[in-house]
Design a protein around this ligand. Sequence first.
Ligand code: ADP
Ligand code: MG
Length: 244
Amino acid sequence: MSNPYIKINNLHKSFGNLDVLKGISTTIDKGEVIAIIGPSGSGKSTFLRCLNLLETPTSGQVWIGSDELTAKGTDIMKVRQNVGMVFQHFHLFPHKTVLENVTYAPITVKGVEKNVAEKQAINLLKSVGLSDKANQYPNRLSGGQKQRVAIARALAMAPDVMLFDEPTSALDPEMVKEVLDVMKSLAHTGMTMAIVTHEMGFAKEVADRVLFLDGGVLVEDVPPEEFFLNPSSQRARDFLDKVL
Ligand code: ADP
Ligand code: MG
């Protein structure tokens, strides 16, 4: 029997009378890399945000490990510590150095000692190729460098899951690869990842599974080969005709 790490059961999210997620059910195994693809406004960000409670699901259940996020009284801060998130627009602290950006949450949220947090941060910055930028401020960095800092910052909390919401969409084309390469290495470490992306080549190469959302409905939930070569739905075929 398989024992999925993340379970999503009949997830609904509405804003007022706008139904954005209309009953999403799927599972994600430990170490799986999921690409979430779909037209603008289809609910991709909302879906991702329900996985770390940046949005509160309207109904349905989400489990990560043995924790039910949708249970009453769930410790939202604890969930967010375990589920790192990387945004399209980086969201770095502008008045903190790169090193301070990476050490801030471990020190203030987890109570890690400063010198220990700094050592870990230096190692993480090394792993994203930025150890020489530790003392810079974000406004001195390129977009690709900012996004790699944001990834290091999320990893500093030692999460079990990483969520990425269009991490390369705000980057100049020449910087996309350096960020995708960092994500690819992270995938190879066995990190469980859910990535909203328009990078079809990356999804094809790195994802274990593609979730195709359209109008708040999970239309396809299949391996990338199947999604890109032989999608079963007309909606996916129409979408791929436009983007490929
Ligand atoms: P995607 O990421 O696929 O582009 P989103 O999840 O951002 O889609 O949005 C899906 C729909 O939900 C859109 O119609 C959007 O306007 C709406 N929406 C998203 N967030 C909110 C919110 N906080 N309040 C009201 N409507 C929202
Ligand atoms: Mg979005």
